[in-house]
Design a protein around this ligand. Structure first.
Ligand SMILES: Cc1cc2nc3c(=O)[nH]c(=O)nc-3n(C[C@H](O)[C@H](O)[C@H](O)COP(=O)(O)OP(=O)(O)OC[C@H]3O[C@@H](n4cnc5c(N)ncnc54)[C@H](O)[C@@H]3O)c2cc1C
Length: 598
């Protein structure tokens, strides 16, 4: 059976020693009183909930899956899911970082993010039911009318109602401009919505009293394409003026997808048959509201893979210490045993350290991004809000795509550590691999994230946002450039920081002549940018560790951090050279291939 131990020490390291979040919070009135002890106590309880309540349901949920009753259109989730959700709601976890105005506890977003990392490690399929609700909540909180907020937000905050995002249709996934679902205005100000959505996560289930679907659809006078899409709230049960549940709405599950992983999550085909909905935001401007949800979901998907990377690593590490096969190349290590544990073999260590470096680098980036999001919402200084928003916008596709690509690599490497035992169900490793695969696909495929990063976020603003990140790197280089002990961590990012500016200009210039050049370079580009960001955080983590050791700490946590940082810079970061070279190969080798692809 797999194991999971909440990585509280590393979370606390990032939270308090690397990011010094409580100092940041002092600048935000809502959180000025939030102290480290409170955060640590919440994380400890969050870890217990994850490890003790939902982790034991991970394999059984995968084996059992969800069942649809074709007559009633109701979905039954795997045994134990509903009860675990009640424990989650009763424990107040749904409300952790929600607005106190709607009954939330108002804790900083980074605390909620850590809760979600742990829940994703424990059971990604289960975690998607409450997880989608946060995006829907954020979208309504930003774009809903007072009436809509009053009707929905308190129940979504408490977790009594969950949320979904309904974008995808059979013929339209990436290209939402092709959408066909229609919304007809009614004399009472509501809309009747008709169409078919597919692949809707948590689209139907038995865990909450109501499901609040956020649906994209077209009004009769909509201009064609993406500029003609509007956003609607379509509840499963209509809500009466007093807040109680009314009639069943015309939105139901027509089928469940049979899929590779996340079996415990209901991926629903959703039929809208004159379903009653209300408009969110302005007509034809639905993407604005949906983008709030999509951005939240992109950070959330990166966090899913962070969780899987951590749990896969923990299991592979324990196995590698236990499994005896062959002798170490440099002589027997376990002399009293018939063979050495496989952790003595260099390549097994490489696989383990890859997962560890990706988990810890990913955690630093994910938590930093959550602090940025907090500032976007809650910082009193407008300039800080704007700067944070620009930085977060740059980092969002990196969190989504880099963490999920790394997560899949890490999960397969950890599976490899188990040899054949990783391929059979018993150890749980093949489930981590299957579950990790979807994270690269949904919420905009990783190719689309790469195009978003290079095309919109970098070239779209002439590299201004990237330069802002470059300034952070530059400041660290200036601070530590003469410190010999930091040279192995600082030199790589200083060099890449300079290279990436030239590299970006080259692609931008070629892209002006031929836009396919941008498409051909984007995926490689995102990985290079991802390593610049990871390199920056790994260098900062090494800086903290070196300072603690210099101050006399004997905690093995710090030398361990340095060893992982060394591994990262020696073995993973150098792929940037190959990636820049393959990106520079340009579009011709891809596009002049009609005969090869005939
Ligand atoms: C398990 C699961 C859960 C999901 N949950 C939800 C949900 O809750 N709500 C929801 O609305 N949707 C959901 N989705 C849908 C998901 O977001 C889409 O599958 C995804 O966005 C891709 O769309 P598509 O499948 O239609 O692929 P397509 O858009 O057909 O893309 C096919 C391929 O072409 C590539 N491609 C497309 N356009 C370009 C381009 N311009 N440049 C380069 N490459 C391109 C893509 O990257 C991809 O590799 C879910 C899907 C799955 C499988």
């Amino acid at each position: 059976m797999p194991i999971y131990n909440p990585p509280l020490r590393d979370m606390q390291f990032v939270m308090h020693e690397l990011l010094k979040v409580t100092e940041e919070f002092k600048t935000m009135p809502q959180h000025a009183e939030t102290d480290a002890d409170t955060i640590n106590a919440v994380l400890e309880e969050a870890g217990k909930f994850s490890a003790e309540v939902i982790f034991p349901l991970n394999i059984s949920g995968d084996t059992e899956g969800c069942q649809l009753d074709q007559k009633t259109h109701e979905v039954t989730t795997p045994k134990g899911f509903k009860e675990a959700y009640k424990t989650y709601v009763d424990g107040g976890w749904a409300a952790l970082s929600c607005d106190p105005e709607y009954g939330g506890q108002g804790l900083p977003l980074v605390v909620n993010q850590c809760l979600y990392e742990m829940m994703n490690s424990a059971n990604q399929a289960w975690t998607m039911y409450p997880g989608l609700t946060h995006g829907a909540y954020a979208s309504l909180h930003t774009h809903g009318t007072d009436e809509q907020k009053k009707t929905y937000l308190a129940k979504m905050t408490s977790g009594e109602w969950t949320g979904t995002m309904c974008l995808t249709e059979p013929h339209c996934g990436t290209d939402l401009g092709l959408m066909r679902t229609k919304a007809e205005p009614q004399s009472d100000g509501t809309y009747k919505i008709t169409g078919n959505k597919i692949f809707i996560s948590a689209g139907e289930h038995d865990m909450a009293d109501n499901i609040i679907h956020l649906v994209l659809a077209r009004l009769p006078d909509a201009p064609p394409g993406i500029k003609g899409i509007s956003l609607f709230i379509v509840p499963k049960f209509l809500v009466k003026p007093d807040g109680s549940l009314g009639a069943r709405n015309g939105i139901y599950c027509g089928g469940l997808e049979h899929k590779m992983g996340i079996h415990g999550n209901a991926t629903a085909q959703i039929v809208l048959d004159s379903a009653v909905g209300t408009l969110v935001g302005q007509p034809h401007k639905g993407m604005q509201g949906m983008f709030v949800m999509m951005n939240a979901a992109r950070l959330g998907v990166g966090n899913q893979s962070l969780g899987l990377t951590e749990v896969a690593y923990q299991n592979a590490l324990a196995y590698a210490k236990d499994r005896l096969q062959m002798r170490s190349l440099s002589g027997k290590k376990a002399k009293d045993k018939p063979a050495d544990p496989i952790i003595v073999h260099p390549d097994v260590r490489k696989m383990l350290l890859t997962a560890k470096a990706y988990a810890e680098g990913g955690r630093a980036l994910a938590m930093y991004s959550s602090v940025l999001l907090e500032k976007v919402h809650n910082h009193p200084d407008e300039k800080v809000r704007k700067d944070s928003d620009e930085m977060l916008s740059l980092l969002t596709p990196i969190v989504k795509a880099f963490l999920t690509d790394n997560g899949y690599q890490a999960a397969t490497m950890c599976q490899q550590v188990f040899g054949g035992h990783g391929y059979i169900k018993e150890w749980g490793m093949e489930q981590f691999v299957r579950d990790a695969r979807i994270n690269m696909i949904y919420e905009g495929t990783n190719t689309i994230q790469s195009l978003d990063l290079l095309g919109r976020k970098v070239l779209g603003d002439q590299g201004a946002a990237l330069k802002k990140f470059g300034k952070l790197v530059g400041a660290l280089v200036a601070e530590e450039g003469v410190n010999e002990k930091m040279a192995e961590f600082i030199n790589p990012i200083a060099i890449l920081g300079e290279q990436i500016t030239k590299f970006t200009m080259e692609i931008g210039f070629k892209g002006l002549q031929n836009p396919d050049e941008v498409g051909a370079a984007a995926v490689d580009y995102l990985r290079v940018a991802g390593h610049l960001v990871f390199g920056y955080f790994w260098a900062r983590m090494a800086q903290v560790a070196l300072r603690e050791i210099a101050a006399g700490s004997t905690d093995p946590f710090y030398p361990a951090k340095l060893q992982t940082a060394r591994f990262y810079f020696a073995k993973l970061f150098p792929e940037t050279a190959t990636l820049m070279r393959t990106a520079r190969a340009g579009s011709k080798v891809l596009m002049d291939t009609d005969l090869a692809l005939a």
